[in-house]
Design a protein around this ligand. Sequence first.
Ligand SMILES: *Cc1c(COP(=O)(O)O)cnc(C)c1O
Length: 519
Amino acid sequence: MFRQAKWNEPIILENPDKGFTGLSLDSYSDSTSRAVGEIKIPKGVLRETPPSIPGLPEVEVVRHYTRLSQMSYGVDNGPVPLGSCTMKYNPRIAWEIAFDERIANLHPLQDERTVQGLLEILFELQKWLANITGMDVCTLHPAAGAHGELAGVLTIRRYHEVKGRADLKREIIVPDSAHGTNPASASMAGFVTVTVPTGEDGNIDMEALRAVVGKRTAGLMITNPSTLGLFEERIGDIVKLVHEYDALLYYDGANLNGILGYARPGDMGFDIAHLNLHKTFSSPHGGGGPGAGPVCVKDRVVDETRNIRLSDLLPGYLVVYDEEKGIYRLKHPGPHSVGLIKSFFGNVVPLVWAYVYIASLGPQGLRRVSEHAVLATNYFIKLIEGVRGFEIPYGKGRFRKNEVVLSARPLAEETGVTAMDVAKGLLDAGFYAPTVYFPLIVKEALQVEFTESETIENIERYAERLKEISRVAYENPDEAKKWPINTSVKIIDYVKGDHPRTLAPTWRVYVRKQRGELS
Ligand SMILES: *Cc1c(COP(=O)(O)O)cnc(C)c1O
């Protein structure tokens, strides 16, 4: 499929200075000097030697950046079935609007009256997200999923503080299939996390849950569908049980792709939910841009006599419509709020992006997103069922939602070819690798998610490649251990790769290696 540029082809930074320049300062000053006058740079700040960057013609500079882009891989090159991360196509219509200069050039300190258009977009988005989640109030303040979680668990903590029993409510329950950010967020907010196991059927082990829910329980965080792609069948019982102890239910809605338009956390009984606009709602992520992790709550009463509601505890700003003045404005967090966890409005570009995505699809379109995403997952499962070396643990025979977790455990045991090697075998054929070794409860895990935007042909090619990998692993495991061969970068040293000071990804280190200055 996609051929990556080789990383060891020379890049312009290694070229000697050819004395070219892409900019003629003479003509520049001719046309502008009258307007700007002569610029006098103080002696003290003038550099003594020119910067050591190569002088190159424009065409070489363009080629440089194009080649760098080809050394990378993204959803614009091919499928990125990165389970849990929901890498879907980023529609260009949203790009055009989110980067329109009338939005991109706004300043967060501008008078509210001069940014009414943007505030209206954010106000509408708050309402739409409340509708999509079945909640009452949403804040767009948090900058990512994990940031939304932190906002959410801080809200849980404040809830118990307002009720005067924060000392007792110390524990947050998290299933063992959870995204790692869940226990991390709970710990950051000062809670102790209590883990509950997943049963063979893919649901939470109810008996184990009953054993740990109690007076000390502050809340429960859960992803539904779980990271196994399975819908929690006893969610109603779980909600009831946790509410009996006046603990709050937190919904990790990073991956809403499997139930969008069909099920809502608010209807399931959750009190707080965050969404990842940079997953479900198509804003670019990974290296592609900043995220947005809005948090939505049911506006339940926290303290009747003081008239405090759950939305009063939320962090950051809310966009409200001021009926009297007839304008949109930012409502600053009140005395019971957990405060600011970020400056200003939130990350505006991914917010506007999600707004356009939702507006362009409409309610029926959003439903079709999840229909197609679920269909893609289950079609893929059918294609790879029975491929030697792979199995699908938990919830045998159950339909998956947005994603599926394969286990390469039999393959690893029988041939020595691990999930990591399988991932590299996919990379070698021009696919992006799935999420590997997550969720932690699945041995040799490969978590695959195609989303609604992948074509049937690509899903079939991906499945074919998995079959080929299985065949090679059983026939010639040594060959499988050599993957990848066709990528820009081959096998890296994981230990060094995890240690930023020893990793050598920059041109500087590369050049010094070439010169023999580094071993
Ligand atoms: C991605 C993800 C998160 C964290 O979101 P970030 O924006 O990466 O911080 C949390 N939970 C689940 C289930 C996720 O998939």
